[in-house]
Design a protein. Structure first.
Length: 561
């Protein structure tokens, strides 16, 4: 990239193309917001945010010793725009759009303004799994933004020899704050901290920068401040966050195999999420995957030889290893563990297309100035192809395509609502009309009803132990109903895998209406059965021992505290 190229303003067609891509990316995200009801996993974030607004702060995602920051951001969004399923899912979208801006800045710093724009555009539209995950409330989209900030400011510090070899204190402070907040959010921030630490350490060893007292004084307090909720929780909990969960059957080699066979192809857009079907068929998709991987590897080696964008090369190279160390990363279906890989692939693709086109143009004896046109065309072609790939997968993938995934999901191409979870609101109202306030339900129903009812219902599944106060409230309730999802024409066994029935959780049998009714009859307890659309509500006529029911049909010991 020559100085002339850098100073030259973007062509109007380039600007128009960027506007189209940004609109497509935003549209794909908003499309999901208006079509997919919230899940219980997301509803927990909304419940935490609502509690924060009422002065009840929890450091981590309920039932876990990790997963922070995003509920607090969601609380701010609720404060500004009101509490709803739409604003709940809007929070990760806003974080993801901010991450796209940081990807642009990273590409600009590592390569050129044009590469930065192309990388940001690729991140906006590709792959589909990342676009979809950008609408899922939890903690990863906020962690993604924080991680990219870590990369950007680590690179700024490593480059500070141009102005000040000690680096600006503000850069060190932002880096420390992002590291601290990121560690509070999830240990997966390591995907970003490892390459960032390596690049800063290398710059120190090579004496390109000097570690000053001012930098340390800015970094350490900022990191502690960002990580304060993590420290506060762990000091009182024997540092539970550092205890890696032991999952039977999981291993480094298994996770690495999963990464190669599913996670990486999904993050390239060549495999569809959930189903794992190859987009272009098994053979053609494998060939295309191999060619793209070879191109990325070649470009990474070129960057290493040049000593350019080392932080990007380390980021991409370390990802498979860190992924394999993850305790739960064998779960590849929804792509949640590869959302942090997307920015690296976007930056490698944009910069590689730019460099490849310039190399070809120069090979044809064109001057450096004239190579700018082919480079822009190559990057634009990469964005167009990525967009087409995403749209092709979207047409077969719910919630974009018709085909409900849950009891209240949308089932037409044009369905879009500002409150896609309105069906849950109606269900909550139907339950309340039965004179009930407390419910026993399956995991995927309980916390959605808690969130959508705005506190008028208290529902729990007991087994996940997500929020013990809810379980205790239902146990102490004088009158609690049991909610089952059972659409007409389906048997309980056909519904059970969705974890919608009470007692359904990995490794445990489910409790179905027939089991509950049989138990009530053996105890001489009367009951009513009410049909609420696709749901069955069993209401005992008197208080019953809920734990005893679970111990009879579901688990040896119900974890209620």
């Amino acid at each position: 990239m020559t100085p002339a190229d850098t100073r030259r303003r973007a062509h109007p067609l380039t600007t128009a193309g960027m506007v189209v891509v940004v609109c497509l990316g935003v549209g794909l995200r908003l499309w999901v917001l208006g079509r997919a009801p919230v899940t219980s996993d997301e509803a927990v974030v909304g419940l935490m945010a609502a509690n924060i607004l009422h002065g009840h702060f929890t450091a981590f995602y309920w039932g876990q010793s990790y997963g922070g920051v995003e509920p607090d951001v969601t609380a701010l969004v609720f404060l500004l725009f009101g509490q709803s399923s739409f604003t709940l899912e809007l929070t990760p979208v806003l974080m993801n759009l901010a991450a796209a801006v940081v990807v642009w800045r990273l590409g600009r710093r590592l390569f050129s303004p044009a590469v930065g724009m192309a990388a940001g555009a690729l991140f906006m539209v590709w792959p589909l799994v990342d676009v979809w995950n950008a609408t899922v409330s939890g903690f990863r989209e906020t962690a993604l933004l924080l991680g990219l900030v870590v990369l950007l400011f680590a690179q700024r510090i490593a480059d500070s020899e141009v102005t000040d070899r000690r680096g600006r204190p503000l850069d060190w402070a932002v880096l420390g704050l992002a590291v601290g907040l990121g560690w509070w959010a999830t240990p997966e921030i390591a995907y970003f901290v490892v390459p960032a630490a390596c690049v800063v350490a290398l710059a120190l060893v090579r004496r390109r920068i000097r570690l000053s007292l001012t930098g340390v004084a800015a970094f350490v307090p900022a990191a502690v401040l960002g990580d304060l909720p993590w420290l506060w929780s762990n000091f009182g909990d024997h540092f539970a966050s550092l205890h890696t969960p032991k999952v039977p059957g999981q291993s480094f080699s298994l996770h690495l195999h999963v990464f190669v066979s599913h996670a990486l192809p999904i993050s390239m857009g060549l495999q569809a999420p959930l189903s794992g079907h190859w987009v272009f068929g098994h053979l053609a998709s494998h060939v295309l995957e191999g060619l793209v991987l070879l191109a990325w590897a070649w470009w990474a080696l070129v960057l290493l030889r040049r000593g350019q964008a080392l932080i990007l090369v380390l980021y991409a190279a370390a990802y498979p290893v860190l992924y394999a160390f993850g305790p739960l990363s064998s779960d590849w279906q929804d792509g949640r563990y590869v959302v942090f890989l997307g920015p690296a692939l976007a930056l490698l693709s944009a910069s590689g297309a730019d460099a490849g086109a310039r190399w070809l143009a120069n090979r044809r004896r064109a001057g450096r100035r004239s190579a700018r046109g082919p480079a822009v065309v190559a990057m634009a072609l990469a964005v167009v192809l990525a967009s087409c790939l995403t749209l092709d997968v979207a047409r077969r993938f719910s919630p974009y395509a018709p085909g409900p995934e849950g009891p209240l999901a949308t089932d037409s191409w044009t369905s879009w609502h500002t409150d896609p979870s309105a069906g849950y609101d109606a269900l909550a109202a139907s339950v309340e009309r039965q004179g009930l306030h407390d419910l026993v339900a399956g995991y995927w129903m309980a916390y959605v009803l808690d969130f959508e009812s705005h506190g008028t219902l208290v529902a729990t599944d007991f087994l996940s132990d997500r929020y013990p106060p809810y379980a205790a409230a239902v146990l102490e309730a004088p009158h609690a109903g049991w909610l089952f999802y059972l659409p007409a024409g389906q048997t309980p066994s056909e519904v059970a895998p969705a974890l919608l029935e009470p007692g359904c959780i990995s490794g445990y049998p489910c409790i179905f209406p027939a089991e509950l009714e049989s138990w009530l009859e053996t105890q001489g307890v009367g009951y009513q059965v009410k049909r609420l659309g696709s749901f069955v509500l069993v209401v005992p006529s008197q208080p019953i021992d809920i734990v005893k029911v679970y111990n009879t049909y579901a688990v040896p010991t119900v974890p209620v505290s």
